[in-house]
Design a protein around this ligand. Structure first.
Ligand code: KG4
Ligand code: ZN
Length: 360
C-alpha cells in the first residue's frame, strides 16, 4: 500500500510517500532560517513560506517516487507526471492538528485539492500519532519487524509537546501524562535564547553539554518530581535559570557556557527519566517508544535506554534522525495503520484543521 502524506503543522513543509512502513520518498523544507532571527516561529511567516514551498515539495516527492518505481520495474517506464505518480498511490494523509492553525490550513488545502484531482481518499492524522509511529518506520534492514506487542508506553518529547501516552493498540491512545506549561524542547530553546545561542536551541545545547567538565554543576530544580503525577512542568526551571544568569556578564556566562548547557539539559532529562520511571511502575509496561525532536539527543537516548534496561524492557527510537523532528513519513505510516485497521471515516470529506487536537 502506497501512502502520500503532507505535514505543515509548524515550521517544516514536509511531504513523503511510504510503502507500508518503508519510506520511498521524503522531502522536508525547513523554515528555520526564516524564523531564526525572531528567536521562534512567527505564524504569519510560517504560513507564507508553506504556501510558497508546498508545490515544490509535493513535486519533488512525486518525482523521487517515480524514479523509485522506474528503478524497480524493468518491464515498463512510468512517465514523470503527478497523474502517473498518483496512479500508484492509495490514499493521501494529512496532519489535521495539533499545530499552528494558519500552517495546518496550507497542508489540508493541498491534500483536498490532490484528493479531488486524483480521486483518492484523505486520511486525517494527529501529528502526535505521527511522532509515535516514527519508531515503527522500517530501517534499511527491515527493522523493527512487524511483530509489535501492545501495549507500549510512548514518550513524545518535542518543541511543542511533552507527553506520556499509553499506546494500547494501533491508533488507540490514552494520554497519561503531559506538560502543564512549557514543553521540554521549548524550555531548552528558551534557555538557549537566554544564552544567546540562537534557535532552535536543542542541538547546540547538546553539543556544548558534551564538552562540560561537570555535568550537573548548577543542579537546577526538577519541578514536580516529588509527586507521583505523570505531568510535567518546566516553567519554574526556566525562571530559576533566568535568575541564575541574570546578573552575570557575557564573559562570565561564556566561561561557564558548557556547564550551563549541561546542567539545564540534565534538569530537563532527569525530569523525563523520573516521570518515565513512575509511568513504568504504574502501568507495568516496559516496552517503550520514543519520538519528537528532543529524542535526537544522545544523552537522553542513553538515559532512557539505561532506564528500560533496569526493568529488562526495551525501547524503540526513530531509526533515522530526520524522523525525530517534524516530517511527513511518520504521518504516512500512521495513516497506513489507520487504513489497515479501518480506523478512519471514509465518508468524511469535510476535513478541517484542529489546532488543539487531542490524542484519543
Ligand atoms: O519535533 P520537533 O521538530 O517539532 C515539534 O513538533 O515541536 O521538535 C523541535 C524541538 C526543538 O525544541 C529543538 O530544540 C529540539 O526539538 N531538539 C533537540 C535536539 N534536536 C532538536 N533538543 C535536544 N537535543 C537535540 N539534539
Ligand atoms: Zn512535531
Amino acid at each position: 500500500m502506497n501512502i502520500f502524506a503532507i505535514d505543515t503543522s509548524c515550521d517544516e513543509t514536509a511531504c513523503a510517500i511510504v510503502k507500508g512502513r518503508r519510506v520511498i520518498s521524503n522531502t522536508i523544507y525547513s523554515q528555520i532560517l526564516i524564523h531564526k532571527k525572531w528567536g521562534g516561529v512567527v505564524p504569519s511567516l510560517a504560513k507564507r513560506a508553506h504556501e510558497e514551498k508546498i508545490d515544490i515539495v509535493v513535486h519533488s516527492t512525486l518525482e523521487k517516487f517515480i524514479r523509485f518505481l522506474n528503478l524497480h520495474n524493468k518491464n515498463y517506464h512510468i512517465e514523470n507526471t503527478p497523474k502517473e505518480a498518483f496512479h500508484y498511490i492509495d490514499a493521501i494523509a494529512v496532519t489535521q492538528g495539533p499545530g499552528l492553525a494558519v500552517a495546518l490550513e496550507v497542508g489540508i488545502k493541498k491534500a483536498k485539492e490532490l484528493s479531488n484531482q486524483y480521486h483518492k481518499p484523505v486520511i486525517p492524522v494527529n501529528h502526535l500519532e505521527g511522532h509515535i509511529y516514527s519508531s515503527f518506520v522500517q530501517n534499511s534492514k527491515g527493522n523493527p519487524s512487524a511483530d509489535f506487542f501492545f501495549p507500549y508506553l510512548s514518550l513524545i518529547i518535542s518543541g511543542g509537546h511533552t507527553s506520556i501516552v499509553l499506546f494500547k493498540n494501533h491508533c488507540t491512545y490514552e494520554v497519561i501524562g503531559e506538560t502543564i506549561d512549557d514543553a521540554a524542547g521549548e524550555a531548552i530553546d528558551k534557555a538557549a535564547k537566554m544564552l544567546n545561542l540562537g534557535y532552535p536551541g536543542g542541538p547546540v545545547i547538546e553539543r556544548l553539554a558534551e564538552g562540560a567538565l561537570q555535568r550537573d554543576r548548577y543542579h537546577f530544580p526538577r519541578p514536580m518530581i516529588k509527586t507521583d503525577t505523570l505531568n510535567f512542568s518546566f516553567s519554574g526551571l526556566k525562571t530559576s535559570f533566568y535568575y541564575r544568569i541574570k546578573n552575570m556578564s557575557d564573559e562570565q556566562k561564556h566561561i561557564m557556557l558548557k556547564e550551563f548547557a549541561s546542567s539545564f539539559q540534565e534538569a530537563v532529562f532527569d525530569t523525563v527519566i523520573k516521570k518515565t520511571n513512575i509511568a513504568i511502575k504504574k502501568t507495568g509496561i516496559t516496552r517503550l517508544i520514543a519520538g519528537g525532536g528532543v529524542i535526537a539527543n544522545r544523552r537522553l537516548r542513553y538515559e532512557l535506554t539505561s532506564l528500560v534496561k533496569k526493568f529488562k524492557g526495551n525501547i524503540l527510537f526513530p531509526p533515522y534522525k530526520y524522523l525525530t523532528g517534524d516530517n511527513a513519513a511518520m504521518i504516512a505510516v500512521a495513516a497506513y495503520y489507520r487504513l489497515l485497521t479501518n480506523k478512519f471515516d471514509k465518508k468524511n470529506t469535510a476535513i478541517d484543521r484542529i489546532p488543539r487536537m487531542l490524542l484519543t
